[in-house]
Design a protein around this ligand. Structure first.
Ligand SMILES: Nc1ncnc2c1ncn2[C@@H]1O[C@H](COP(=O)(O)OP(=O)(O)O)[C@@H](O)[C@H]1O
Ligand SMILES: [Mg+2]
Length: 252
């Protein structure tokens, strides 16, 4: 069974960055196959990994809803939708990427969503790890039939507001009916030694810190130059931290 790693946290705290760095470390450690799922409607995981995303699951869904007659005659609509979804799967040497894209508009999406969910479930069993880069509400995860998450990585920046979002998301988990096996906190853009007040708050929330990532200018440079995070040097600060996280927590 594939292991599901999901990332959650407030917007802008570094979920996509951590996702991309995890994918980089899976590749470095020769762990494959990996399926990366970009489940944020303002998706940019592909960009971070240096990929141009042409078709999202949302595009397939909207295209079909707009014109259900597009299914070629003689073809079953389930097969047709699956074929369209397959075209959206980006296959790289070290990992595959599926972008969920925009959320649904108005109308009855049950049938098409059921087909898409079933397709995703069948796709996912082919991978060792699934990495889901979420938006704050975790819609994608809550819609899954199993709701299983092996490792939920909460990301916060070095600010109490980021932590409060972590608290809210943690409190939301029972409602989302997610079966979360492990949960850990990544503190991003933080100094080596965290402030006592910050640590007190972390303690209260009850999510153990699994990684502290410093401010890393190399990330900013790569971002500006639109270079893939897969090509980050092995010795840059964030990569060194992610290497530890990968070896000590994710694949241990
Ligand atoms: N440790 C870090 N050092 C420097 N810049 C960072 C760091 N983490 C994230 N960033 C930058 O912050 C911005 C937001 O990060 P992102 O991962 O897109 O957040 P999220 O996915 O949570 O919205 C990006 O431009 C990213 O390059
Ligand atoms: Mg993001």
């Amino acid at each position: 069974m594939s292991k599901i790693i999901a990332l959650a946290g407030k917007g802008g705290v570094g979920k996509t960055t951590v996702s991309a760095l995890l994918i980089r470390q899976f590749a470095k450690n020769g762990i494959s196959p990996i399926l990366a799922i970009d489940a944020d409607p303002n998706s940019n995981l592909g960009e971070t990994l240096g990929l141009a995303v042409e078709k999202t699951v949302g595009d397939v869904r909207e295209g079909y809803m707009k014109d259900p007659q597009q299914v070629p005659s003689g073809m079953d609509k389930i097969n047709y939708l699956e074929m369209m979804m397959n075209q959206g799967l980006i296959e790289e040497k070290d990992f595959d990427l599926m972008v969920m894209g925009r959320q649904e508009g108005q109308g009855c999406y049950c049938m098409v969503n059921n087909i898409l969910n079933k397709f995703m479930e069948e796709l996912e069993v082919n991978y060792k790890y699934l990495l889901v880069d979420n938006e704050a509400g975790m819609e994608h995860l809550s819609r899954r039939t199993s709701g299983r998450v092996d490792m939920l990585i909460m990301v916060t920046d070095y600010a109490l507001r980021g932590l409060r979002a972590v608290k809210r998301i943690k409190e939301m988990l029972p409602e989302l009916k997610l079966d979360v096996k492990n949960i850990g906190l990544v503190v991003n853009r933080a100094p080596e030694k965290l402030n006592a007040k910050f640590l007190e708050e972390v303690e209260e929330i009850g999510v153990p810190i699994i990684c502290i990532i410093p401010e890393d200018n190399t990330l900013l440079d790569f971002d500006m130059e639109r270079k893939s995070f897969m090509d980050l040097p092995d010795d840059c600060l964030s990569v060194l931290k992610l290497d530890e996280l990968m070896k000590e927590t994710i694949i241990s």
